[in-house]
Write a protein that binds this ligand. Sequence first.
Ligand code: HEM
Ligand code: MTE
Length: 467
Amino acid sequence: EESPRLYTREEVRSHSSPETGIWVTLGSEVFDVTEFVDLHPGGPSKLMLAAGGPLEPFWALYAVHNQSHVREILAQYKIGELSPDDKAASILKTSDPYADDPIRHPALKVNSQRPFNAEPPPELLTENYITPNPIFFTRNHLPVPNLDPDTYRLHVVGPPGGQSLCLSLDDLYQFPKHEITVTLQCAGNRRSEMTRFKEVRGLEWSAGAISTARWAGARLCDVLAQAGHQLSETEAHVCFEGLDSDPTGTAYGASIPLARAMDPEAEVLLAYEMNGQPLPRDHGFPVRVVVPGVVGARHVKWLGKVSVEPEESYSHWQRRDYKGFSPSVDWDTVDFDSAPSIQELPVQSAITQPKDGETIESGEVTVKGYAWSGGGRAVVRVDVSLDGGLTWQVAELDGEEQRARKAWAWRLWQLQAPVPAGKKELNIVCKAVDDSYNVQPDTVAPIWNLRGVLSNAWHRVHVHVAP
Ligand code: HEM
Ligand code: MTE
């Protein structure tokens, strides 16, 4: 019997396009699945996400592959094995502050490696109402701290005459456990569309800086009450500090109004679970803040300290970032003190299928996407146009029903519609309406801002129709 052909990971990686052929690995086996891509029951675009690398992280998301007939199909395409030397490769650079960051899911589209910023690809983003933890978008400003759950303590500063708390994880578990589904969106979601209009300063997010999870933890109002805090006229903000810090020792920080923090109906959480699991390291292990309806920047991860203050957090990210400005303001004229910090976000929606530039079949088209609004405002409607906004059809809303004033999570939506006869291309557009009848602006121009935040113009996708 012949010994199997051996390949390095590098060789496998270089086979990730139709021109080179599509290779994947499972365990130590290497497969050339070029011929299978178009036959894949889950569609070619999903299979392509694994092109040039291991199948395991993807198959872990889709248990449908744990069947012998799937293994048999794959076996037909085996071309060899990974070379054993290849496993002894990685050299740790200890001087790298990011060397201890966790391992990430390969499906994530990485916008920056250090600090780590990444979004799920549109093919996966709206596949599930609840985003699986491994592909939940990640927005880090600093290296991920490696915290020991046994020695972890949360410091809650008490009011004058009250008591400060120093809570272990076990102490936090003693508070009533509250669980809610919340969509988190970064202020920079869809920034790349603003950049295309005119340059902005910031990471190039597509439409994936948004994800949804079931979060569980103690309610912030219960913890603040235990420390003796009450609604007060002089102390108006709750400040949070993360345990991630830059080389000067400055920690990530942010704040929210005290009134929101103290309102049981606002359901602000000190979360220790995400989709039934302890928080993954990238998402704040062991404890993060979850502020339903509010911009991601206030959901402080790796939470170390909570205090009630007369002023907003003095953190850079509260005062010198995450604010909106007129299109006329540039980096020479910007006055960050003149604008309020972003808290509740405006109504948002985007198309995840089909993808921009794709060629679709004539006959019928399925358009899919998400819609969400800040402040607990429910999505009441999503309108879709196939002709750039001249005529509109109402999409079907999927996913969980939303509670009035507490619509913390997105709606997924879809529209199935005939492709108008004779069309060679379609300009697909979506826009959502929330229950305050807020709508999205039709173009980027009137909402462009130098930092590229709050990008919520009609989402547009241009596709070709196969002849
Ligand atoms: C379904 C094979 C890669 C996502 C299936 C099925 C097969 C298959 C045979 C149908 C299973 C059944 O219904 O009994 C393969 C092979 C792959 C591969 C051989 C690699 C060479 C992937 C990847 C992803 C993926 C990388 C995701 C990123 C899916 C999904 C379905 C599916 C979502 C379900 C489709 C549906 O029922 O709607 N795959 N797959 N597959 N696959 Fe894959
Ligand atoms: N908390 C800490 N401690 N450090 C951070 O860098 N990033 C914030 C927020 N909380 C951040 C943080 C920003 S800008 C966003 S959008 C969300 O976390 C992202 O949360 P996620 O990575 O779990 O998606």
